[in-house]
Design a protein. Structure first.
Length: 319
């Protein structure tokens, strides 16, 4: 009887030892952060009052939810460079494991972003870049190429002759810089298409209403509008109607492809738009790779598509 009891005890001991060893081995095989701590991602966003920017934050937050070990927080600089710098400093001091940022000024914000990167914290630049290469990866559509296509579409709609009003986004942002330079470069191929003026709309509908109305009040002549965002294009239409001008008579080409653009294209009040993904999904995959110690590409270009009356019903707008 005693020998049977000893035998059962020894079997139980051996079984527990095997199970324990297996559990320890499994724990050691998992990423350290998954068991010991969360991976904290901080997004220093430029301006949540801009609808596209707030959508970008939402898309990234939603995409990261499939990774329970990754925690996400964001700030809102409300379009102010000084606050954006302060926000990044605050996130750094909080001990984030990775910084996501869409810098509104590639020069003024480069020092703080570089400092974070050089301290060992990975930096993901989302749709806007900085000077230099002190960052981990840059993710965006090709603004310069989109702008060149927009110039082709404007010139085609004008029959090769006319004056274009350029509604520029936030003039210091790399998106607006590339969307302007690309357009002007391509326009050189059309000798009879000129730029009437470049006016700042800051990617905001209300600002676009004001600057287009001011241009009309001053008697500025333009035959078409190149708007660097669909929200500004809608502002331009509001201003045109206020001055008794039918938007159908002024060809408009814009970027982002939101629901307002889809409606305008179907109504004949906008010639074209170009899709501009927020890159939230792409960023989430890059962040997961970085969190797991993998190497990521320095530059990731996300595809854009031209939307016209021919395919407007085939593609869903961004929001």
């Amino acid at each position: 009887m005693f020998s049977k009891i000893i035998g059962h005890f020894l079997c139980a001991y051996v079984l527990c030892s095997v199970i324990g060893a297996a559990m320890i081995g499994a724990a050691l095989s998992r990423p350290a952060f998954a068991e010991e701590k969360t991976f904290l991602v901080g997004f220093a966003q430029d301006n949540m009052a801009e609808q596209w920017r707030s959508q970008q934050v939402y898309d990234l937050e939603l995409a990261l939810k499939k990774y329970p070990s990754i925690k996400f927080i964001h700030t809102d600089a409300r379009g102010q460079v000084a606050k954006a710098v302060s926000d990044i400093e605050g996130l750094r001091d909080m001990g984030i494991d990775l910084l996501v940022v869409s810098p509104q000024n590639p020069v003024l914000m480069e020092p703080i972003i570089s400092a974070v990167y050089q301290s060992g914290t990975p930096v993901v630049l989302l749709t806007r870049y900085i000077q230099g290469d002190n960052y981990t990866t840059f993710i965006a559509p090709n603004d310069y190429a989109i702008a060149r296509e927009a110039a082709d579409e404007i010139s085609k709609s004008l029959g090769g002759t006319g004056d274009v009003l350029i509604l520029q986004g936030l003039s210091t942002a790399s998106t607006a810089i590339d969307r302007t330079h690309g357009f002007l470069k391509q326009l050189k191929n059309y000798k009879n298409v000129k730029v009437a003026a470049i006016v700042p709309g800051n990617y905001l509908r209300a600002d676009a209403v004001k600057v287009v109305a001011a241009a009309l009040e001053k008697g500025l002549h333009f035959d078409a509008i190149y708007s660097q965002s669909d929200n500004m294009a809608e502002g331009a239409r509001i201003a045109l109607r206020a001055f008794g001008i039918d938007p159908k008579t002024i060809p408009i080409v814009a970027i982002d492809y939101i629901a307002l653009a889809k409606g305008a294209i179907k109504a004949g009040e906008q010639v074209a738009s170009f899709t501009y993904p927020t890159c939230g999904q792409e960023a989430s995959e890059v962040i997961w790779s970085i969190a797991n110690g993998k190497t990521v590409e320095k530059k990731i270009i996300v595809a854009s598509q031209k939307i016209t009356a021919s395919n407007v019903d085939e593609i869903e707008p961004l929001f």
